[in-house]
Write a protein that binds this ligand. Structure first.
Ligand code: NAD
Ligand code: MG
Length: 385
């Protein structure tokens, strides 16, 4: 039986992964090794009981007793804390879904790669802050990384067997998020509640706000460079309010292959779960006649300065991705906590990039985990409001 683990099982992506495993037959179809979560102990315990996991892990040590109680009599082991997450990632599994949010997903993902499984990667932050590290870890153990971001899954599928050399460029679409049509002068006063809504996708709060600011798309541009080995000038962003086309690959011969589908993460997760085969998934069929039309516009970098920052990060190289991601996470924390306004996030990230590049020099430093974690901490300190 195939062994699976889900890191961040209680989140939006993780719960969609659990849903797919349940629909496939749960413990009759898959052997669940580890499920991990945060503060939602009741949800984590319910999932672990349903799938008869070997172990459930909460990231928070102080919640260990609560998790033990919730699992009593189930036969599921309970564990807590950052080291327990790493220990769980060391348990052999054939397929691991990396769906923790933020740089906290980096070490569990690297650990899972070291034991040679398929890593289905939703945690884009780990590619942005340490792409070369992930690639080296996969090469060393023979592990495979599959994309679980919808746009990157779309590129992966549209590429098929095509050689990267025949690719002219790729286009990642963006819905434009909550503030796509807001007058620019209103953005400074946008509230957390307003930024936490999305026109098409149901996602965790952090990525939803990152969609309104386009920091999510900026991260995805860097993710595409790291994942596919594309040049920065080969990665384009296109605003597409309907979120039906997820990405397009344009070839040197003038042809373009697009990937379309309902905005439902279970497609990208299920594709990675069944890869290299395909199997039916609980995703609404595409009805283009009912939609009538699909629309597109060029992204406005005045509205979404994060897109310009992504290009600067790619040009800088080295630790710039780690600094960018951490600064973005800190600015987002400060926005959510009410310490800064919506439009202050991008300038703070830009100031951190400038301040730290003066201190560190970005260049092509060899990437190792300690260096990444060092600049992650420095960037958070520099950005904090
Ligand atoms: P979420 O906030 O809904 O869930 C995050 C999960 O991570 C939860 O299980 C939480 O308990 C856990 N977690 C949070 N902080 C942690 C920490 N410090 N240590 C260990 N565990 C921690 O997030 P999400 O929207 O599901 O996103 C997860 C990842 O997938 C992110 O990297 C996001 O960018 C990416 N992603 C999400 C979507 C989506 O549809 N939600 C789409 C594409 C990519
Ligand atoms: Mg995406």
């Amino acid at each position: 039986m195939r062994r699976i683990s889900i890191f961040g099982a209680t989140g939006s992506v993780g719960a969609n992964g659990v849903d797919l495993i349940r629909r496939a037959g749960g413990p009759a179809a898959y052997h669940t090794v580890a499920l991990t979560g945060g503060r939602n102990i009741a949800r984590l315990a319910r999932m672990a009981r349903d799938l008869r996991a070997e172990i459930a892990v909460t990231a928070h040590p102080e919640l260990l007793d609560e998790l033990r109680d919730a699992l009593s009599g189930s036969g599921v082991e309970a564990a807590a804390g950052p080291q327990a997450l790493i220990d769980a990632a060391q348990r052999p599994a054939d397929w691991v879904l990396s769906a923790i949010v933020g740089a906290a997903g980096l070490v569990p993902g690297l650990t899972a790669l070291a034991q040679g499984s398929i890593l289905a990667l939703a945690n884009k932050e780990s590619l942005v802050c340490a792409g070369p590290l992930l690639r080296h870890a996969a090469q060393a153990s023979g592990a495979t990384i599959l994309p679980v971001d919808s746009e990157h899954s779309a590129i992966f599928q549209a590429l098929g067997q095509d050689n990267l050399e025949s690719v002219k460029d790729v286009t990642i679409t963006a819905s434009g998020g909550a503030f796509r049509d807001w007058p620019l002068e209103r953005l400074a006063a946008a509230t957390v509640a307003e930024a936490s809504t999305h026109p098409n996708w149901a996602m965790g709060q952090r990525i939803t706000i990152d969609s309104a600011s386009m920091f999510n798309k900026a991260m995805e541009v860097i993710e595409a460079k790291e994942f596919f080995g594309l040049r920065p000038d080969q990665i384009r962003v296109l605003v597409h309010p309907e979120s039906i086309i997820h990405a397009m690959v344009s070839h040197v011969d003038g042809g373009t292959i697009a990937h379309l589908g309902a905005p439902d993460m279970r497609h990208a997760i299920g594709y990675a779960l069944n890869w290299p085969a395909r199997a039916p998934l609980p995703v609404a069929p595409l009805d283009l006649a009912a939609l009538g039309s699909l629309t597109f516009r060029a992204p406005d970098e005045h509205r979404w300065p994060a897109l310009r920052l992504a290009r600067e990060v790619m040009a800088a190289g080295g630790m710039a991705g780690a600094v960018f991601n951490a600064a973005k996470e800190q600015a987002l924390d400060d926005f959510i906590a009410g310490r800064i306004g919506f439009t202050r996030m991008a300038p703070r990230v830009e100031m951190t990039l400038q301040a730290l590049s003066a201190r560190a020099g970005f260049g092509d430093d060899p990437v190792d985990l300690d260096t990444v974690l060092h600049w992650d901490r420095e960037a958070r300190k520099e950005t904090a409001a």
